[in-house]
Design a protein around this ligand. Sequence first.
Ligand SMILES: *Cc1c(COP(=O)(O)O)cnc(C)c1O
Length: 402
Amino acid sequence: MKQFYLKQFPNEEGYFGKFGGSFVPESIQKAMQEIDAAYNLIAQNSDFIAELRKIRKHFQGRPTPIYFAHNLTREYKGAGIYLKREDLNHTGAHKLNHCMGEALLAKFMGKKKLIAETGAGQHGVALATAAAYFGLECEIHMGEVDIAKEHPNVVRMKILGAKVIPVSFGAKTLKEAVDSAFQSYLKDPHNAMYAIGSVVGPHPFPKIVRDFQSIVGIESKEQFLEMTGELPDIVIACVGGGSNAMGIFSGFIDDSVELVGVEPLGRGEKLGENAATLSYGEEGVMHGFNSIMLKDSKGEPASVYSIASGLDYPSVGPEHAYLHSIGRTKVATILDKEAIAAFYLLSKKEGIIPAIESSHALAYALKIAPNLKGKKILINLSGRGDKDIDFIANTYGYGEVY
Ligand SMILES: *Cc1c(COP(=O)(O)O)cnc(C)c1O
């Protein structure tokens, strides 16, 4: 399998082992096949690749650096702690990596409009940014709970010219926003392109988003080798749908590097109190793909919870389900309160305010670092925390104890 993992998975029907696929009505199936065919065509096209490279360098500000967290490393007296700084990617998170790719694909296909859901608002902001860049219309569906919690991102989307559609049914969070966005897309698949926010959804989205995010892994491997002369021992990323994790994991998947996905344990292990899908879920189909999901007593997607809106999802990318099932990746969990502690620590000790999502990955790294002297840990710092500061300061204060 060496060196060939990314080329082998998914197969032509979009399967990673038994996970993935496309469970959608006939009418959408056709639209999905068109997107897949267009993507396969442009992925080989040197003009498309050159255009994407130019955008990454001059618009997004890539490559993002790897930073050696010297203060935390000294304080924890164990493994070296390194951060891949996706918080420095334009718009403040890794999501623009796949949004620029998806929008370029939409442009290539002659689409006029981008439609998507958003949780924390990060995907909405990234897609609205991409839409502005390419001169496309943009419609973002967002749960009312998240709209209240992530106000600055809502304002950003509107300033960028996107239409924000509040979703007021069910738990009013990410899962309902996906349903709502999909319904809107169904009305006009000819002129619109659905631009999903993670490595989830029906084939070909998990593949497309993974491929666009793989730039994080490619850069990380090169930069880490240049910095330290070797590969990291452990790579850690938070997992909501799983795009930032797949992005960085994909660079190391054929190497002997431990890969750990960190899921949100929220307030605890009880169903409804967390969104730790791989840890507690079971196989099932949701939003058009087969994966591991958290189900309620009726077998429907459970309502889930995390302090991090971006991790608040009852399923997970099918590639994560597969990699976990074959033992290639490990899964860990982090409570809200552990993520909050990590949020304050990185802010005060290194001068970097992380997204509360990314704080989950950091919290797990800080947990294991003291016992791993001589090892090196690379964390994907998926985003910056500006969007979270008001909520955290109002709820928990300024973290004076850290
Ligand atoms: C959306 C988001 C996540 C979670 O999404 P993945 O697809 O699991 O990466 C993580 N971190 C940040 C900063 C986000 O905005």
